[in-house]
Design a protein around this ligand. Structure first.
Ligand code: PMP
Ligand code: GLN
Length: 386
């Protein structure tokens, strides 16, 4: 193994899911729903398989999916992208982010990101030989995660190539506010930096959030310098399909395509027309998804509160973080490794998503994208142990 990849062991998601299987615990660790996505989408995939759409699709993705991605962004975010040249289909958001970083960063270039960060970011930045400049999100007295604007300003410099922004944010559930987005945009313009936005939770912003979802590319001067990434996994409960996409100005999207050709070439022909069907579902699909997830959030946070956890209420995503100090926990990794044996529940320690593990030492993430009866069982078990 090359030296630069040696710090990267098995992902915490794989470790914790294996632990859940081994111990028979309720798995609130890795984020994946335990119910299927819309039946129209599943039927369209089956039909595509049966009708022989099983050979290499076009490199940028099948035309109907690119058109559906463009139409969806126009419908929800008032963003215009040309399906021919400004949209490329990828193997999940993960490949879009990796290809963007590999194609845009020279060795030594700096990538500003917010920690805790989704684990693939650090690996992709490292594979490119680039350097990450994390800005720490910390829980405030109001229970919301925020960053110090001075930290963000200090993270930008002459070597900044791009900022990698994930909002709604995994694992904290934070939705970046318009003021925070404005500062990020201002710094991008000032330093002539690009942005890659990971918006896989774009439809999971709760109605009581202080702000709705605002794509960074809608801010002044940002469309031309932003690659906007999303995927079908969360919105249509099909994390195993790995169908994602990137939209942006043709010059930037063509960089992703250039790299993507040699990572995966193309992906999942029969699943692409099915995701196109899903993206065109009526608005009620998307509002029902959010309402259902909001109810599960409320169920889990009240149960976690009853079990003695100090809960940091998320405004979006399907994750909630807790501080384990009140339960006598000092280290999230130790806490999560022993939790299955203590009470039969699996969670994820968020300190593994920080360059500075101290900042996340006592924080643990639970996923609530599970059936209500599964959440009830998890909470019963947690209460017994606390
Ligand atoms: N970004 C974030 C913030 C995520 O939580 C995930 C997890 N699924 C991904 C990217 C990866 O998405 P995909 O499965 O579409 O590659
Ligand atoms: N995105 C999911 C999570 O954060 C799972 C990702 C993975 O297993 N790589 O839990």
């Amino acid at each position: 193994l090359v030296s630069r990849m040696r710090p990267f062991g098995t992902t915490v998601f794989a470790e914790m899911s294996a632990l859940a299987v081994r111990t028979g615990a309720v798995n609130l660790g890795q984020g994946f729903p335990d119910t299927d996505g819309p039946p129209e989408m599943l039927a369209a995939a089956a039909e595509a398989l049966r009708s022989g759409r099983n050979q290499y699709p076009p490199g940028p993705g099948v035309p109907e999916l690119r058109a559906a991605v463009a139409a969806h962004q126009r419908r929800f975010w008032d963003l215009e992208y040309d399906p021919d040249g400004e949209v490329v289909i990828t193997a999940g958001a993960t490949e879009a982010i990796a290809a963007a970083i590999l194609g845009l960063c020279e060795p030594g270039d700096e990538v500003v990101c917010f920690e805790p960060y989704y684990d693939s970011y650090a690996a992709s930045i490292t594979l490119a030989g680039a350097v990450r400049r994390p800005v720490t999100l910390r829980p405030g007295d109001d229970g919301r995660y925020a960053f110090d604007p001075a930290d963000l300003r200090a993270a930008f410099g002459p070597r900044t190539r791009l900022v990698l922004l994930n909002s709604p944010h995994n694992p904290t559930g934070k939705v970046f506010t318009p003021a925070e987005l404005s500062l990020i945009a201002e710094l991008c313009r000032e330093h002539d930096a690009l942005a890659v936005t990971d918006e896989v939770y774009e439809h999971l912003v709760f109605t009581d959030a202080s702000t709705g979802h605002v794509p960074l590319s809608t801010l002044p001067g940002m469309r031309e310098r932003t690659l906007r990434v999303s995927s079908a996994g969360k919105t249509f409960s099909c994390t195993g399909w790995k169908v994602g996409w990137v939209s942006g100005p043709a010059a930037l999207v063509s960089v992703v395509l250039r790299v993507k050709q040699f990572l995966t070439f193309v992906n999942a022909a029969p699943l692409q027309p099915a995701v196109a069907v899903a993206l065109a579902l009526p608005d009620t699909y998307f509002t029902d998804l959010r309402a259902g997830m909001q109810a599960r959030r409320d169920q889990l946070i009240s149960g976690l509160g009853d079990a003695g956890f100090d809960v940091l209420t998320p405004e979006g995503t399907y994750f909630v973080t807790v501080d384990i100090t009140g339960l006598g926990g000092a280290d999230g990794v130790d806490f999560c490794r022993t939790l299955p044996d203590r009470c039969g529940v699996v969670a994820v320690p968020t300190q593994v998503f920080y360059d500075d593990p101290e900042a996340g030492r006592r924080l643990v993430r639970f996923a609530f994208c599970k059936r209500p009866e599964v959440l009830t069982e998890a909470v019963t078990r947690l209460r017994r142990a606390s």
